[in-house]
Ligand binder design. Structure first.
Ligand code: DGL
Length: 280
């Protein structure tokens, strides 16, 4: 299999949460061009009505795709994926990877079969989430916590603010009330970015399950299918790379606001040197 050119991957979320997914993809595929799309104008998604959300995600993704011409689209948002995936998949010719609650691996790994589901208010009440539970976790007791406040705390953290773990206690208290719980599914892409603070707040939890690695694996599958992965560094492919290096990575936002400057350091750490406002 020969490498045609560098792949372009679009990672999309309402806010900064999708960066947890982008980080896993970046680790696996350091040479890809990564475009990050944040719909900060409509943030947060977790409290929006389903019909409104489907229209919004469809609209913004089309605008992003027009600008980026990405080879693979990742909806790095459980709230959006659990409601809009079928519609979006039918509207793009490129592969669309969705991020949905990792109920299946959590049900497998939990010893006590008592699992906490930590997501946005939208995701915890979705039919899609219920279907996943029915399919993979009928033998488990699931404790659901939907929090919008936690999403906002992650946004603050990535702008450089320190989050005191004591702020998390009143949010995650249903998990502390159940002694059997040993596993928590981080079913919002924002939450892995607050894992340290969550671990400090809930020291009794053994397994923290998120979707980052699974999505990076799925991305690898599609890179292979599209023949966009440099599988071997033969002389020929090295030459090819020299001639057509990756396009510089860019983070797009749907609204200019004063918080974007504070995100620059985080984005640079993820090898995204450029910020742009999406022309709609
Ligand atoms: N990061 C998103 C998710 O995975 C949602 C955050 C929001 O409410 O906008 O669900």
């Amino acid at each position: 299999m020969s490498h045609k050119r560098f792949a372009k991957i679009l990672v999309f979320d309402s806010g900064v949460g999708g960066l947890s997914i982008l980080q896993s993809v970046r680790q696996q595929f350091p040479d890809c061009t990564l475009f990050y799309g944040s719909d900060n104008a409509a943030f947060p998604y977790g409290t929006k009505a389903e019909a409104e959300l489907i229209e919004r995600v469809d609209d913004v993704l089309h605008q992003l795709q027009k600008t980026t011409q990405a080879d693979i689209i990742i909806i790095a948002c459980n709230t959006a994926s659990t409601v809009a995936l079928p519609r979006i998949r039918g509207r793009f010719s490129q592969p669309v990877i969705g991020v949905v609650p990792a109920i299946k691996p959590a049900a497998k790994i939990s010893q006590t079969k008592t699992i906490g589901l930590l997501a946005t208010p939208g995701t915890v009440k979705r039919d899609y989430t219920e279907k996943l539970i029915k399919e993979f976790a009928t033998h488990c007791h699931i404790i659901r916590v939907g929090s919008n406040e936690l999403v906002h705390l992650v946004e603050k953290k990535l702008r450089g603010e320190t989050i005191d773990p004591s702020q998390l206690k009143p949010i995650v208290y249903p998990f502390t009330e159940c002694l059997d719980i040993d596993t928590i599914v981080l079913a919002c892409t924002h939450f892995p970015l607050l894992k340290q603070e969550l671990q400090q707040t809930l020291p009794a939890i053994t397994y923290w399950v998120d979707s980052g690695e699974a999505i990076a694996r799925r991305t690898g599958y599609w890179l292979d299918q599209l023949k966009l992965r440099p599988l071997d560094m033969t002389e020929q492919s090295c030459d090819l790379m020299k001639n057509s290096g990756p396009v510089s990575s860019v983070a797009f936002f749907t609204r200019q606001d004063k918080n974007l400057a504070a995100l620059k350091t985080t984005l640079q750490q993820l090898s995204i040197p450029n910020i742009a406002i999406l022309n709609k």
